[in-house]
Design a protein around this ligand. Structure first.
Ligand SMILES: Nc1ncnc2c1ncn2[C@@H]1O[C@H](C[S@+](CC[C@H]([NH3+])C(=O)[O-])CC(=O)[O-])[C@@H](O)[C@H]1O
Ligand SMILES: O=C(O)C(=O)Cc1ccccc1
Length: 252
């Protein structure tokens, strides 16, 4: 089976994201019921290489997982990665999903029912910065740090570093910004063309952009790498980058 080699076959709910097509407008972006109900469609049409990033995270998780420790997905949303890794791992493991949206975790619980036959599953509804990462060998945080204040990001990354066992891995994906305004402008235009190619109208693209202002706050790649170094991670490398979306790994 191809999925056992390169797992890009995600379990995504079909409800279409049309949230920014209809009013009332303007509204800030929040992870409410409306977002949750269309989230799988929203993220898979809005994040470049989303399937490849999750397949990459699954491969690195399998490579660095240490039996008897935890695999923790921070900002697990509807459980898409946990469902994928639950199928991809060839041995029972303890899978932990953390999200501060109860509505997201209700969707995750439903999606992960088959996985519970094989793995120990724990879903925690709390802010990530309140959680423990003790005895984890792999922590995944895809497209979540970007919604936290800078102070909380630094505290969270330090807590992850301290909780990981020796040889433990952090897999981090984030929206970033170019340090060069001219490049940022070109990248943004290309990213918006990607969204239009995925069926979003210009008004939806512009309204989403406005809604995310001051809600999703990207760093530059250099700032992100420095924050990881300041958290204790000395072995860091980038794996994937397209438009403003970056995935990297950090080793304890
Ligand atoms: N402080 C917080 N603590 C915990 N969860 C939070 C917090 N703030 C926001 N969230 C949660 O972080 C997730 C971010 S989405 C992650 C996608 C997933 N990783 C995926 O790969 O499919 C990405 C996006 O919306 O762009 C949402 O589920 C929020 O409820
Ligand atoms: O950065 C953007 O413009 C996005 O649309 C990314 C995104 C994807 C899913 C939820 C929130 C933001």
């Amino acid at each position: 089976m191809k999925d056992e080699i390169y797992p890009t076959n995600l379990y995504l709910s079909p409800e279409k994201d049309e949230l920014f097509e209809k009013g009332p407008w303007p509204k800030p972006f929040v992870f409410n019921e409306d977002v949750v109900n269309v989230f799988d469609n929203m993220i898979s049409r809005s994040v470049p290489l989303y399937r490849e990033v999750l397949a990459c995270a699954a491969h690195w998780t399998k490579a660095y997982y240490q039996p008897g420790t935890k695999i923790i997905d921070i900002g697990c949303s509807t459980g898409t990665f946990l469902e994928l890794i639950g199928r991809f791992l060839q041995q029972p493991a303890t899978l932990v999903g953390i999200d501060n949206s109860q509505a997201m975790l209700e969707k995750a619980r439903e999606k992960l029912l088959p996985i519970q036959q094989i793995h120990q599953l724990e879903l925690i509804c709390d802010s990530a910065e309140n959680c423990s990462f003790e005895n984890s060998s792999v922590v995944i945080i895809n497209y979540t740090l970007q919604f936290l204040s800078l102070q909380v990001r630094q505290k969270l990354l330090k807590s992850i570093y301290e909780g990981l066992v020796p040889g433990g891995l952090l897999f981090l994906s984030e929206k970033v910004k170019s340090p060069l305004p001219q490049f940022q402008e070109t990248i943004t235009r290309h990213y918006e063309a990607f969204k239009a190619y995925n069926g979003y109208a210009q008004t939806e693209i512009e309204r989403k952009k406005e809604a995310l202002e001051n809600v999703l706050v990207p760093l530059t790649e250099t700032e992100q790498l420095q924050m990881l170094k300041d958290s204790g991670f000395q072995q860091v490398d980038s794996l994937i980058k397209l438009h403003n979306f970056l995935s990297l790994v950090a080793l304890k």
